[in-house]
Design a binder for this molecule. Structure first.
Ligand code: AMP
Length: 616
């Protein structure tokens, strides 16, 4: 397929302001794409070139991208930099300069998806001496044949910022739209939905039927995505065999499974009331890892399904030594422990390992321990449907005693007193709190369903839990702070139903100079001219940002607010955080893993409940 079809669709998506239009354009693109190109087109929509398990990072520095533009357009690096300063996006610079090249191309052929993809793949794979030159040449080769709008998107991919505002949920929505017709022809499905609509008035039925059908298709896709998190390969199956193609998708060692998530409740009593007799585990404040083992091959994923294998050599080593199963997928929390004192180091120390260089040295300085807490797959068997209690037994039998891998500390109880004692014991040791687990629950991939409930240490007089928000823009300070002019952040929670980020707080304090510099660096990469399509905010930020970065904040309480849009649809008024303060940058969380609108509503309700409880 011609790459111009993809670039034109991207252009329409970028210009669209309504979510529905974006999804529609994407569905059209998927319909037009032939089966042999669909995997690559989906990867391009995600701004990547392979599924995350491959660990292929295409990242290219801005300077090298500028060199490639200079090489093809005939403009000097200085001219390019000046234009970049004006436009704030090298994609736009490439679009403009490729439209008025000073020199004509030597050889130029119409670009295909295949060609663009192959060159990007070669860029990602080239390393060692001379690789920078090769990367520049490969990118320049594409620009040489690119029309201006194609150049814009080609340039943005190696910079890691496509600026389309398409997340995985939107890609699944688009597939659902393009498969609705097929589902309509499936008699069984139609009858099931029809019978559910009997109560509805006849004039409403048709519309409701369409909606329900789309939800049905969407859920089917997501069900597979949760256990096989590779939309490229899912797209290929859908294109080839329609919805039936999903039946052949199975849990595969090496393809990430979406992590189960914890709910929260404010007290030990409420947890016991909800779960009855349950397992209670120490909550370690580290890095969640999903470990895939196949013989000697070990792959490690973060909770965002990024391949992090390279960063944890001692864990790879320990898995080979301590895990008896030939094939396994299991989860644990890795954190740095001071060998001398047995003390757990703060999250920031563990995070130092998220780096590309000196990993071996850091591994010596901060050796990690992996506290394992769940197993999902063992020797060809899907364990996810088993009750937690059984999975834990299997996990216990699977791990040999050793230096690095241990099971999480855990008790089983139906007494809130005992739960509280265990909680205090752990907090005293510097841990975050506890996670209570439903003994009978299956592993629920990609969702919160009260199978896990967390209770974290409280910041006295404040909300008992921290909140993860996505940055959607910022306000410039009044001449204070740095040149960049970061005064306050505009942040949002995630509305998972609409796949939209709704504003909840303006955050101005709690940032050290060092943090500000780090934030500014990231913000300069994700800032946008206009409000991104997935952002819902009535406040006008001075500068908008793609919702990509998550930060953890504490606040005194959640209050009703006329200016923020979080929960406005549900409650009439918006919700806001009172006195929010940033604690840390959570690079390990995807924006879609920020606290959700529904969670905020629940926390708001719980808070009322606690306050009333306190008064009596
Ligand atoms: P939160 O990030 O606050 O929603 O808490 C859930 C996270 O706690 C999980 O994603 C894990 O990274 C982490 N965690 C720490 N200890 C445990 C444990 N024993 N069981 C499950 N998750 C744990």
């Amino acid at each position: 397929m011609k790459f111009s079809i993809v670039a034109e669709a991207f252009e329409r998506i970028e210009k669209a302001s309504a979510r529905l239009d974006m999804t529609g354009f994407l569905a059209e693109l998927f319909k037009k794409t032939p089966v042999e190109d669909i995997e690559q087109v989906v990867f391009l929509c995600q701004g990547r070139i392979a599924s995350s398990d491959k660990g292929l990072d295409i990242g290219m520095g801005e300077k090298f991208v500028e060199d490639a533009i200079a090489k093809v357009s005939g403009y000097s690096n200085r001219e390019i930099e000046n234009l970049y300063k004006q436009k704030g996006d090298l994609g736009l610079v490439a679009e403009e300069l490729c439209g008025k090249k000073k020199q004509s191309a030597l050889f130029s052929a119409e670009l295909t998806v295949e060609k663009v993809f192959q060159n990007l793949l070669k860029i990602a794979k080239s390393e060692g001496t001379g690789s920078q030159d090769l990367k520049i040449r490969l990118l320049a080769e594409l620009l040489n044949s690119a029309r201006p709008v194609e150049a814009k998107f080609i340039i943005r991919i190696p910079l890691g910022n496509l600026r389309l505002g398409i997340g995985d949920p939107t890609i699944m929505d688009a597939f659902a739209i393009s498969l609705v017709e097929e589902a309509k022809n499936d008699k069984k499905v139609s009858e099931k939905i029809d019978s559910a609509l009997k109560e509805k008035k006849p004039e409403k039925r048709k519309e409701e039927f369409e909606r329900k059908l789309k939800v049905f298709v969407r859920e089917k896709i997501e069900e597979k995505y949760n256990v096989h998190s590779d939309l490229g390969s899912i797209a290929k199956k859908l294109k080839k065999s329609g919805l039936k193609g999903l039946d052949t998708i199975e849990i595969t060692v090496g393809i990430p499974i979406r992590p189960t998530l914890a709910e929260r409740l404010p007290s030990a009593e409420e947890i016991i009331e909800k779960l009855g007799k349950c397992a209670v585990e120490a909550k370690y404040d580290g890095f969640r890892l999903a470990i895939h083992k196949k013989g000697e091959a070990v792959t490690i994923f973060s909770r965002r399904s990024e391949n992090m294998t390279e960063m944890f050599p001692e864990i790879v080593e320990a898995v080979r030594k301590q895990v008896k199963a030939k094939e396994a997928i299991f989860e644990g929390e890795a954190l740095a422990v001071n060998e001398q004192t047995g003390e757990y180091l703060p999250f920031q120390a563990t995070m130092q390992r998220k780096r590309k260089y000196d990993i071996k040295e850091k591994a010596k300085e901060f050796p990690l321990k992996l506290f394992v807490f769940d197993v999902l797959f063992e020797n060809g068997k899907n364990l996810m449907p088993l009750p937690f209690q059984k999975r834990r037994k299997i996990l216990e039998a699977m791990v040999k005693p050793g230096q690095t891998i241990e099971l999480t500390k855990s008790i089983v109880t139906d007494s809130s007193k005992e739960l509280e004692r265990f909680f205090n014991e752990n907090v005293e040791k510097g841990l975050e709190g506890i996670i209570a687990k439903d003994l009978n629950a299956r592993y629920i991939a990609g969702a919160r369903k009260f199978a896990w409930i967390k209770l974290k240490r409280s910041y006295r007089g404040e909300l008992t839990d921290t909140i993860d928000v996505a940055i959607i823009g910022f306000f410039r300070g009044k001449g204070m702070r740095t040149e960049f002019g970061l005064g306050a952040l505009l942040t949002a929670v995630y509305d998972s139903k609409a796949d939209v980020f709704r504003s909840i707080a303006k955050i101005g304090t709690g940032m050290s100079e060092e943090k500000i510099v780090e934030l500014e660096k990231i913000l300069s990469k994700i800032k946008t001219k206009n409000r991104p399509a997935r952002v819902d905010s009535e406040l006008e930020a001075d500068v908008w940002a793609e919702p990509k970065l998550v930060i953890e904040v504490v606040a005194d309480e959640i209050t009703k607010s006329p200016v923020h849009t979080a929960a406005k649809k549900e409650l009439g008024d918006g919700l806001a955080l009172r006195f929010p303060r940033m604690i840390s940058i959570r690079r390990d969380k995807k924006p879609e893993e920020a606290t959700t609108v529904m969670e905020i509503i629940r926390m708001f309700e719980q808070q009322k409940h606690v306050q009333i409880g306190d008064e009596t």
